[in-house]
Design a protein around this ligand. Structure first.
Ligand SMILES: Nc1ncnc2c1ncn2[C@@H]1O[C@H](COP(=O)(O)OP(=O)(O)OP(=O)(O)O)[C@@H](O)[C@H]1O
Length: 527
C-alpha cells in the first residue's frame, strides 16, 4: 500500500473507522467542480481589449466574477507592472544613470586635457574628432570633405566644445585664444543646420570691421563649397541699393553699421534668422556699436534663434550685458579667460621717447628683418608718418588705415598676404580677427590702449599652431600702464621683470595719450 503522509503520521495507532465514519466522510477530499473547464457553459463575454487569451481563459474558470467589475479589474491589472518588470526597469535606469555618470567623467577628463572650461546645464560632450559630426549629428559628407580639402584634420579645443553646443541648439559665449579656430567653430554648425533656400536670411554674422567681414565670408564659402548656399558680405552698394526682397541670401556677414542701415533703408527682413553670431563680441558691445547691435538683435525676432558670442577677450561686463538677451546660455572658455596665445614669444622694450622708438624699430629691422611683420600704431596720422620714415630705409612697406578707400585697403591686405609687402603698418583696424598666415612678428610701435587691444594685436601672429613673436616698445609715458600688459605676458608663460609687476594697479584701464609726431625729440612734442 502506498504510504500517504497521514498513514505515516498515524502508523501504529488503532483507529475505529466505523465509529468515526461521519467524521471520515467530512475529511474526504471533494472534487472541486469550479476547477473543471466546461466549454459548453455560458461564459461571460469579455471585450477583446480586456486582456490576453490567457486572461480570458482564467476568467472562464471564475464563474463567480461579475463581468463589468472583472473587466475593470483586468484593465487595471494590465497597466500595472509586475515586480519583475519594475525590477528590470529600475535596473535599466540604474544602468543608464551609471553610463551617464561615466560619460560625464570621461568628458570632464577630456575637457581638462584640452583646457576647456564650461559652465551651464546639460552641456553636450566635446567632439573627439570631426568624424563624430557624421556619426553623432548626421553631417553631410561633402562638408567633411571640404575640411579635408582645407587640410583641417583635428578640431581645435574651441571647436571640440562650441560646435556640439551650437548643434544642440544652445546659445553660447565662447572665449578662446587668438588664432585658435573660432571662425570655423561658429560657421560649421550654421552650415550643417541651415537649409539653403529662398525663405530669406537664415544666418547673420556681425564683425567689427569690413576686412574681417570679407575674410569671414571667404572662409564660409570655402567651408560650404559644393552646397547651394548663398553667402553674402554686406557691401556699401548692397546696404544702399540692394533689393532684399529679390536677392537670395542664406548667410549674411556684415558690420553692424551696414546691417542697421540696410534694415532701415532697404527693409531687410531678419525675422527668419536662425543663427546670429557676434564675432569679436566685446568690441561689438563697445559704445560705438551697441545701439546698432541692439537694433539687429531686436530685428532677429525668430523665437527659436540661436545667438552666440565669440572673442579672445570677454570682459565680465560684456557677459553680464549679453546674458540679459540670451537664453540659458552655455559658457565655454579655452585656457585662461582674456589671455594671449601661448604660442607667441612676448617682449617689452624700453625706448624712452618717440625718437627712441624709431631708433629701436630700425635696430630691430637691422638685426634681421624676418617678414612678414605687422607694425601697430595709434592713429592713421601716425601710420602715414611712420610709413614716410621707413620709405627712406628701402623697406617694402605698406599701410592700412581708415582714410583709404575700401579697394586700397583690400589691395594692401592682399599684397601683404601674398608676400609682396614685408611690413604692414596699421591701426587697430587690423588688430581683430585678421588671419594673416605666417606673420613672424608683431611690433607694437605705439603702446596698446588696453590689455584686450594688446591680446588681439599680438594675436595676428602665432596662429593655427605656428609660433610667433611680439615686441612692444614703451616710453616713460607708457610706464604706468605696463602692469596690465605684463600680467597678460605672465599668464601666458612669458618672463616679466618683477619691478613691472610691482607697479601700482591703475583704475583707468585705457591708455591713449596724445603722442608727438613719429621720430620727434621729447622736447619737440611738448612745443
Ligand atoms: N581645426 C583646425 N586645424 C588647423 N587649422 C585650423 C583649424 N581651424 C581653423 N584653422 C585655421 O587657423 C587659423 C586661425 O583661425 P581663426 O581665424 O578662426 O582664429 P580665431 O580664433 O578666430 O582668431 P581671432 O581671435 O584672432 O579672430 C585660420 O587660418 C584657420 O583656417
Amino acid at each position: 500500500m502506498e504510504k500517504t503522509p497521514s498513514s505515516v503520521l498515524f502508523a501504529g495507532i488503532h483507529f475505529d473507522k466505523k465509529r468515526f465514519a461521519k467524521d471520515i466522510a467530512r475529511f474526504k477530499p471533494k472534487v472541486v467542480e469550479e476547477d473543471v473547464y466546461e466549454p459548453d457553459e455560458i461564459e461571460p463575454k469579455l471585450p477583446e481589449v480586456a486582456g490576453s487569451k490567457k486572461d480570458k481563459k482564467r476568467m472562464g474558470k471564475r464563474k463567480d466574477i461579475d463581468v463589468v467589475e472583472g473587466f475593470n479589474v483586468f484593465k487595471r491589472s494590465k497597466s500595472l507592472k509586475s515586480a519583475d518588470e519594475l525590477k528590470i526597469e529600475e535596473d535599466d535606469a540604474k544602468g543608464q544613470r551609471k553610463e551617464l555618470e561615466k560619460q560625464i567623467e570621461r568628458d570632464s577628463i577630456f575637457r581638462k586635457k584640452y583646457g576647456i572650461h564650461i559652465s551651464g546645464r546639460d552641456i553636450p560632450s566635446p567632439l573627439r574628432n570631426f568624424e563624430e559630426l557624421k556619426s553623432r549629428y548626421g553631417c553631410k559628407s561633402h562638408l567633411l570633405h571640404n575640411l579635408f580639402e582645407l587640410r583641417i584634420k583635428e578640431p581645435t579645443p574651441i571647436q571640440r566644445q562650441a560646435i556640439p553646443i551650437l548643434l544642440a541648439e544652445r546659445e553660447c559665449f565662447a572665449c578662446a585664444p587668438t588664432g585658435s579656430g573660432k571662425t570655423l567653430a561658429f560657421l560649421f554648425p550654421m552650415l550643417m543646420k541651415i537649409k539653403p533656400g529662398s525663405e530669406g536670411v537664415k544666418g547673420v554674422i556681425l564683425c567689427p570691421t569690413r576686412e574681417l567681414a570679407a575674410q569671414t565670408t571667404r572662409e564660409c564659402k570655402k567651408l560650404a563649397k559644393g552646397k547651394m548656399f548663398c553667402i553674402k558680405v554686406m557691401t556699401k552698394e548692397l546696404s544702399r541699393s540692394g533689393d532684399f526682397a529679390k536677392i537670395s541670401c542664406d548667410i549674411l556677414v556684415s558690420t553692424p553699421l551696414r546691417l542697421a542701415f540696410a534694415m532701415q533703408n532697404r527693409k531687410l527682413n531678419l525675422s527668419r534668422v536662425e543663427y546670429l553670431v557676434l564675432d569679436e563680441s566685446d568690441k561689438l558691445f563697445e559704445l560705438g556699436f551697441v545701439e546698432q547691435i541692439d537694433c539687429v538683435v531686436k530685428a532677429c525676432s525668430n523665437p527659436s534663434i540661436i545667438r552666440s558670442l565669440f572673442s579672445a577677450t570677454l570682459p565680465d561686463s560684456v557677459e553680464e550685458l549679453a546674458r540679459t538677451i540670451m537664453h540659458d546660455a552655455v559658457r565655454v572658455i579655452v585656457g585662461r579667460k582674456n589671455s594671449a596665445s601661448t604660442l607667441i614669444g612676448q617682449k617689452l622694450l624700453f625706448a624712452g621717447s618717440e625718437k627712441g622708438k624709431l631708433f629701436a624699430l630700425r635696430q630691430i629691422f637691422a638685426e634681421g628683418l624676418n617678414p612678414p611683420v605687422l607694425v601697430f600704431v595709434q592713429s592713421k596720422e601716425r601710420v602715414k608718418e611712420l610709413y614716410k620714415e621707413l620709405a627712406f630705409d628701402d623697406i617694402k612697406a605698406d599701410v592700412v588705415h581708415a582714410d583709404l578707400s575700401q579697394e586700397q585697403r583690400e589691395d594692401a591686405v592682399d599684397n601683404f598676404r601674398a608676400g609682396k609687402t614685408w611690413v604692414l603698418i596699421a591701426t587697430d583696424l587690423m588688430a581683430r580677427g585678421m588671419d594673416f598666415k605666417g606673420i613672424n612678428c608683431v611690433i607694437n610701435y605705439d603702446f596698446p590702449e588696453s590689455a584686450a587691444a594688446y591680446i588681439h594685436r599680438i594675436g595676428r601672429s602665432g596662429r593655427a599652431g605656428r609660433p610667433g613673436e611680439a615686441i612692444t616698445l614703451f616710453t616713460e609715458e607708457d610706464k604706468p600702464f605696463l602692469r596690465n600688459i605684463a600680467n597678460v605676458m605672465k599668464d601666458s608663460g612669458c618672463e616679466v621683470p618683477p619691478w613691472i609687476l610691482a607697479l601700482p594697479k591703475l583704475k583707468r584701464k585705457k591708455h591713449r595719450p596724445k603722442r608727438g609726431s613719429v621720430g620727434t625729440e621729447p622736447d619737440d612734442a611738448e612745443e
